[in-house]
Design a protein around this ligand. Structure first.
Ligand code: AMP
Length: 515
């Protein structure tokens, strides 16, 4: 078995790895670290949970250990799709640079430019950024990317989902041709393939098996669920979720509960709280300080249930999540892989439980096809008339469910089974068509800013950024700062972490160590 000490990493990095408690490199680390240390470009096809962050941070630190940062000219750059992921990469650097004197800056929306400018002015070894905020700094003339020796693109498939590809192309163009590129993506959509063909030079391609197919340590089950009546489905589904949780009571130390829509994230969180569960929501419409607070509480174990949308949960690294509940079947099979990858991390056992309503069966089939596995069906204990009758009462006081006025009268007929069979598919098709990737509408909204696009409707398969996003991206040329901003907000108007920004974000490594 390969050991970290076989990989030619800097001795101080090895010491930090020992402190982190890692025994041996993960497959992506074993595959990516050696070519990265040789100065080669790397194309890593791996998901979160595989140890991919360390697969680029460890060689970067080793390479950057020699040399000094110059003012306004960072020596390396890591691009991340979301603030949470960027903050997490920054934390990784803190962990692995504890015996080095390297400096870093984190450029994300929601943090004041002034603090970030100060760090950049001093000169940083590592710059971790979301694409929009990075380009803002460049356009303000505060940052030069001509000194970048190593550039990392993390979670490129999410960048694509969020419409960042034009920004990424532009950033590539601002860095020296001679830079080394470490490029990571969970999937290789044609657009991603095009980018790698254009900007990577003879990369070492390192692919680790899809997490869902390889993670034998994640037990996957699904409950096929039908509401007794259309107007009761939502409350009964929430009850079904509670039953799933209760059945796992002893084993479920903490869990992430995924919903497809932000509205449902809020409703499910509220409902669970009302029923005495320790739960809080996280999605892109929440204030950044609130998101940070919730994530911190979940990480330190003081919050048991995190109700999340896909994008908000991106980059969330909580190694000890015992369960993932899919309250909804994700509309993109790949999101299922991402979601369940939140449990069973770093070799631990995990359990993923999903509720599937009739209208989601098509998406469910797509998931089984993707993971090439049959997910174990479990019984729905609520499918008795007794429990069904109790369901709405249990939810008393909650917001009225969405009613569908189109429901034909006959759907309320006493023969419940017949009514469901007739009504559900029609309604599913007409009242709630398959949504575009809802998670995208969850891109950080707190920044009224055209640079961190939100509400894209492109999909993995039809992945071109929307024309508007392309237009915006094209409009950002050179130092021309005349681009239009959506929503009438001023250029620097940012809403976000404010005073609640976690301290480590604005600190250099040195400050953090001594502080
Ligand atoms: P990532 O895929 O980068 O999000 O990492 C997933 C988790 O695995 C993080 O909690 C890391 O701290 C952890 N990790 C990374 N490398 C190793 C390793 N070699 N051994 C054990 N855990 C690791």
């Amino acid at each position: 078995m390969t050991k970290f000490s076989d990989l030619n990493l800097d001795p101080k990095v090895l010491k930090a790895i020992v402190d982190a408690g890692y025994e041996s490199p993960t497959p992506i680390q074993e595959g990516a670290i050696p070519p990265a240390l040789e100065g080669r470009d790397v194309l890593g096809i791996a998901q979160t949970g595989t140890g991919k962050t360390a697969s680029f941070t460890l060689p970067m630190i080793t390479l950057l250990a020699k040399g000094r940062a110059r003012a306004r000219m960072p020596r390396s750059l890591v691009l991340c799709p979301t603030r949470e992921l960027a903050a997490q990469v920054a934390e990784n650097f803190d962990t692995y640079t504890k015996y080095h004197k390297l400096t870093k800056a984190l450029l994300i929306g929601g943090v004041s430019f002034k603090e970030q400018d100060k760090l950049i002015d001093k000169g940083v070894d590592v710059l971790i950024a979301t694409p929009g905020r990075l380009l803002d700094h460049v356009e303000r003339g505060k940052l030069l990317l001509t000194g970048v020796q190593v550039m990392v693109v993390d979670e490129a498939d999410r960048m694509l989902d969020m419409g960042f590809i034009p920004d990424i192309e532009r950033i590539f163009g601002l860095t020296p041709f001679t830079r080394q590129t470490l490029f990571f993506s969970a999937t290789m959509a044609p657009e991603i393939e095009r980018i790698t063909n254009t900007f990577l030079s003879n990369p070492a391609r390192v692919e680790v098996a899809r997490q869902a197919t390889s993670s034998e340590n994640i037990e996957q089950v699904v409950m096929m669920f039908k509401g007794s009546r259309k107007d009761r489905e939502a409350s009964e589904k929430r009850k079904a979720l509670r039953m799933l949780i209760d059945n796992e009571a002893e084993k479920c130390t903490n869990a992430i509960i995924f919903c497809n829509r932000k509205m449902d994230v809020d409703t499910v969180a509220k409902s669970l709280k009302k029923h005495g569960y320790d739960a809080a929501p996280i999605h892109g419409d929440l204030d950044q300080s609130q998101r940070t607070k919730t994530l911190d509480a979940f990480r330190d174990g003081s919050l048991r249930f995190l109700i999340a949308s896909d994008v908000a949960a991106r980059g969330l690294d909580v190694p000890a999540v015992s369960h993932v509940f899919n309250y909804d079947v994700p509309s993109h099979a790949e999101d299922y892989v991402h979601r369940i990858g939140r449990t069973g991390r770093a070799g631990r056992d995990g359990k993923a439980m999903m509720i599937c309503v009739p209208r989601d069966e098509k998406n469910f089939d797509a998931i089984e096809k993707l993971i090439q596995k049959t997910i174990t069906r479990i019984d729905n204990p609520m499918q008795t008339s007794d429990t069904l009758d109790e369901a709405p009462a249990a939810e008393q006081g909650e917001k009225p469910k969405r009613t569908r006025t189109r429901t034909p009268r006959k759907s309320a007929a006493p023969k419940v089974e017949t009514a469901q069979v007739e009504a559900a598919p029609i309604e599913a098709a007409q009242a709630e068509p398959p949504k575009p990737h809802d998670a995208k509408s969850d891109a950080p909204k707190a920044v009224p800013h055209t640079r961190e696009p939100k509400a894209q409707t492109n999909t993995h398969t039809n992945a071109q950024p929307k024309p508007q996003a392309q237009k915006e991206a094209r409009g950002r040329s050179g130092n021309n700062n005349n681009r239009s901003r959506g929503g009438g907000g001023g250029d620097n108007k940012v809403v976000g972490m404010g005073d609640h920004m976690p301290g480590f974000i604005a600190m250099s490594f040195d400050e953090r160590r001594t502080g």
